[in-house]
Design a protein around this ligand. Structure first.
Ligand code: C2E
Ligand code: MG
Ligand code: MG
Ligand code: MG
Length: 281
């Protein structure tokens, strides 16, 4: 019986492992296919200035439409794409999308809403600088409205090449945001040396906020330091009025979150730009 049980265990383990490997293979293929066909959907989520109610920028977020009509969200594929190298092509798709959109608005004589794209560290490379240089010759005005977000906990330390590329990006006058602040070491001492104009407080900071005075003190000190350094703070993932009130009271007036709007496909964007205010929802 023990023997049989043991064999079953091995068998179970075996199929479990294979199942996992297969799913990974499937997702790998799905990613390759998506990249090959440019099968992406771009959703945008507004960042709001709570005081004025104005939309300050739109963050572009990638999704993959699947055969069954469902969307695959980044949480399910960014890590794999970073492992198999496809992230460069995904990021490049998103960046080109944003640049083209900004260019279209400018061509139409519309004052664009700034667009923010998320780039993985692998995409901070020479090819990026090359792409930006090409756009500089085509229409350098787009850079005024472009923002690049980089996730805090994935930033390399003491990487001269990386630091130099960031500096190159800044030479185009593109704004940089330190994303998901708080998911890593939330290293405040590093802030002065990094070339970021914006810092996005991760939702993990926010959820505890209404009920924890300690957490409020931590967030307050981040906000105060950023103010001293001239870094704009944006609170991410604000879902409730309660969270909104607390974060406003701590001195942060820029927020992104479901409380105002969920990410969605760009339609009627001209209406948003015209009003620059979020009237729906
Ligand atoms: P992120 O840059 O921090 O983007 C914010 C994420 O939080 C988005 O998830 C958004 O849908 C979600 N969110 C916004 N408001 C709320 C809220 O009130 N409550 C909660 N619970 N969540 C909220 P999404 O779109 O699934 O993206 C996840 C992450 O994937 C992004 O986090 C970003 O790091 C990464 N990502 C998205 N698009 C790209 C891309 O084109 N390239 C790269 N490299 N990474 C991307
Ligand atoms: Mg982001
Ligand atoms: Mg974030
Ligand atoms: Mg996040």
């Amino acid at each position: 019986n023990a023997k049989k049980h043991g064999r079953n265990q091995v068998h179970w383990y075996h199929t479990g492992y294979e199942g996992q490997a297969n799913r990974r293979l499937d997702k790998n293929q799905l990613l390759h296919q998506a990249v090959k066909l440019n099968n992406f959907e771009v959703h945008v989520q507004p960042r709001i200035n709570c005081r004025s109610g104005e939309i300050q920028a739109l963050e572009c977020l990638v999704r993959i439409p699947q055969a069954d009509g469902q969307l695959l969200y980044p949480g399910a594929f960014i890590e794999l794409a970073e492992q198999n190298g496809l992230i460069r092509q995904i990021d490049s798709y998103m960046l080109k999308y944003a640049l083209r959109q900004l260019n279209d608005w400018l061509q139409q004589g519309i004052e664009p809403l700034p667009l923010a794209v998320n780039l993985s560290v692998q995409s901070i490379n020479d090819a990026l600088i090359e792409l930006l240089s090409q756009w500089q010759m085509k229409n350098a005005d787009v850079f005024e409205y472009l923002e690049i977000e980089l996730t805090e906990h994935k930033l390399p330390e003491n990487d001269d090449q990386f630091a130099e590329t960031l500096a190159n990006i800044r030479e185009f006058n593109i704004r940089l945001a330190l994303d998901d602040f708080g998911t890593g070491y939330a290293n405040l001492s590093r802030l002065p040396e990094l070339p970021f104009q914006m810092l996005k407080l991760d939702r993990s900071f926010i959820t505890e906020l209404p009920h924890s005075e300690k957490q409020q003190a931590v967030v307050k000190s981040v906000i105060d330091l950023c103010m001293t350094l001239g870094i704009q703070v944006i609170a991410e993932g604000i879902e409730t009025e309660e969270e909104l009130t607390v974060i406003n009271d701590l001195g942060c007036s820029y927020i992104q979150g479901f409380v105002y709007a969920k990410p969605k496909i760009i339609t009627n964007i001209e209406d948003w730009i015209a009003g620059k205010k979020l009237t729906e929802q």
